[in-house]
Design a protein. Structure first.
Lengths: 446, 446
């Protein structure tokens, strides 16, 4: 019943082949750079999310269970629990704010499943930074390619791809850090397949970040068990696709280990609805150009935003009354940008901001229209000045910023989330892992 | 997004309503009697299964993780771990032999998910026997009705119903023992729904019993988290059916709490392939009748077995060479029965038995034919004696034995699995739980 070796259709063998053979040096520099930025982003977002209710409840569950002090629980003052439990809590904590990285190929979030699994196992094994980054990079590439392999039909049927593709990726990352051979990895993937899951019906509840944590824990568990001799059917990976509305297009996996898709990762730079981000970027560009020309913000008479019509039902609340509603309001986020507020900071989106007379006045200057010709990742902004002049800019999130610009933005975001000093400490730790410092160099700060 | 109260289509509310209101006295006596027999069966099968490799690996994982000594790990000399982990190991251990109870309505195994979850939480909470049995009975009825609600299409699509329906049932049993209210229970079910799973592609590997253990652990986890304020979408229960090829026929749930289906539970009385059981029962009846008439076993000239043709490819190995093959051989199991060997005992199915001259001689007297007119749960046997006389008997597993006969059979099976004294101790402990002895009265023997 279980195929003894790799063959066409043996997805587990293909994944295991990549995950056992890959070396960090095989990846292009921009993939490794993007990975480090995602790691900084993950660490800052997770620390900022540790105060959320979902994070607190998961953390208290695993701390209450206790056990072997293998791996750090984020936001628990350095407390450690068994790796499987740490991955569960940390995945939930990292996704609690929904402010982490995404990949359009994967149709989901990557950091929140892969890093918690890899970090927990790396700490348990006392791994060096390079081994950890190598395992995480394997996870990222596998998750994105598997996301494409499962296809959009899988997501549209109701599955939370973050947790489904993510579980397989977490399994590979954990298995690599445990030094599993290809045959053990195939069994680990078969074991992950029989329990991978996550429903989009959970969106809007704590069960969404829980899905991420559970997928990370499953990856650790599957790798541990397979490494100890547990058997499973590697063909269950294909059975997972067949039973979960997956397309299972093998061509989507052809580039694994050759076409590195990590550089196309997308980070969130604003702590509000993703639908507002392209407009915020365009507005920022137009405003910077105007201010370079000597224009003061108070000279802005009108901000015209054109966006894909689908967003008009999602994030166009004209007069938000709460911090949460402000995150879904073009008018409000544009007003905040005009007023120089930091839209990367969680605290900017407060109930008080919705009653701030300065912001209310600016809010009235924003006009939003739908344009079906725009991709839903893009927006156009026209800044009309009291002088009668205009500044125009457009932005498409599908075209990522240059790496240096991304580094600046993510370091600024981290500072907005956890403070300058702590963000700088996290970044230095990430850089130290690149130089093979022990993984505790980073986990000790979480 | 989350419905505030029970309404048509609100499956979670319907389940929670039953699970909060049910009292043990509401169930007919035969349902309670069947539950106690299933509990004895579970305990004996789990203890006998503790030596299996899958059980050992899971047990070593949770013992290695350690933590709060809440709940007994079966086969670990009284060692205790957190309830969630104990449920995981014990579900795997209980299903490792595939010798546990089944329900045709549920299309799966019930004990191996429900008892591990209920026992772990009951121990943690220091519950009395009645509260434990009440929770377990809730789980059994819910699992069977949910199995019917998901329907055969769900199973045929590739899902392991033991683990899918079972996860919801385990959640209800755990939630009841934790004293959750109906609203918390709805959220617990929503949380279980987003992570319930299990693939039939795992059959034939250790991942099959793992599915049972993982479902039990998920039930405990979902109940714990919901009880601590975790949110989830109760509508995810319906979303689970919609995304997992479930029929979602509400009529199947109409009888929950009114039509108790537990008395129809089916136990395995022979440690071999289920396809041989009806024939073994019929042979036993014919043989008993012959011996009552003064016939000695050596006077049997021929055993004619008629079975549904589907079994001819499954369990009709004419000359088995190993203990495993013997379990899939009508000729061999019939020979063992003629020779007075105990087909309930695992040790009977040995490689040595396949080379035993007495059994080889008897094996030659067995003739097997397929009869498509028979249900696949039934068999007919004709015992032809050297005198020329014949004894005929037929058996259909779909018609359960009277409760007193079942008690005798399960107690004999338990004795065959763990020895007379230990089996008697387990049975006395089960009876003590009926009288509300603390659940540790049983768990202390595991």
């Amino acid at each position: 019943m279980i195929a003894p070796c790799a063959q066409k259709g043996d997805i587990a063998a293909r994944l295991a082949g990549f995950a056992t053979a890959f070396r960090l040096a095989d990846a292009p520099p921009e993939a490794r750079a993007a990975l480090s930025l995602s790691l900084l982003d993950f660490a800052a977002v997770a620390l900022a999310g540790a105060g959320e209710e979902a994070s607190r409840i998961l953390r208290e569950m695993v701390l209450g269970e206790g056990g072997a002090g293998e791996s750090t629980v984020i936001g628990a003052g350095g407390a450690k629990v068994p790796a499987r439990a740490a991955a569960h809590a940390n995945g939930t904590t990292a996704h609690a704010l929904d402010y982490d990285d995404t990949h359009f190929l994967h149709i989901g979030h990557l950091a929140v499943v892969i890093f918690p699994a890899a970090l927990a196992v790396a700490e348990r094994e006392g791994a060096g930074g390079r081994a950890f980054l190598e395992a995480a990079l394997i996870g990222y590439e596998a998750a994105a390619h598997l996301g494409a392999w499962l296809g959009r039909a899988h997501y549209e049927a109701g599955f939370h791809q973050t947790a489904t593709s993510g579980a397989f990726a977490a399994t590979l990352a954990a298995a690599r850090l445990l030094g599993l051979g290809a045959e053990e990895m195939r069994r680990a993937l078969g074991l992950a397949a029989t329990r991978a899951g996550g429903l989009k019906a959970s969106f809007g509840t704590m069960a969404k970040p829980y899905n991420a944590g559970a997928a990370a824990a499953l990856g650790v568990e599957a790798a541990f068990l397979a490494g100890r001799g547990f058997t499973a059917n590697p063909g269950a990976v294909e059975a997972f696709a067949a039973t979960h509305a997956g397309v299972g297009d093998e061509a989507a996996l052809a580039g694994l280990g050759r076409d590195f898709v990590l550089p196309a990762i997308s980070h969130k730079y604003h702590a509000c609805c993703h639908g507002t981000h392209a407009a915020l970027e365009a507005l920022g560009e137009a405003l910077a150009e105007a201010m370079d020309g000597g224009v003061a913000p108070e000279e802005v008479a009108l901000v015209e935003i054109a966006t894909h019509p689908r967003w008009l039902d999602v994030c166009n609340i004209p007069a938000p009354q709460s911090g949460l509603e402000a995150k879904f309001s073009y008018a409000m986020v544009a007003a905040m940008r005009l007023a120089g507020r930091d839209t990367a900071a969680l605290a900017s989106f407060s109930d008080a901001a919705c009653a701030d007379p300065a912001l209310l006045a600016l809010r009235e200057k924003v006009k939003v229209t739908g344009d079906p010709a725009l991709p839903d990742t893009a927006a156009r902004v026209v800044l009309r000045l009291s002088s009668g002049a205009a500044r125009r800019a457009a932005h498409d999130l599908a075209a990522p910023l240059p790496m240096a610009a991304r580094e600046a933005r993510i370091r600024a975001k981290a500072a907005a989330l956890v403070g300058e000093a702590r963000a700088e400490g996290l970044w230095q730790a990430v850089r130290a892992l690149e130089e093979d410092a022990p993984v505790s160099r980073l986990s000790g700060l979480l």
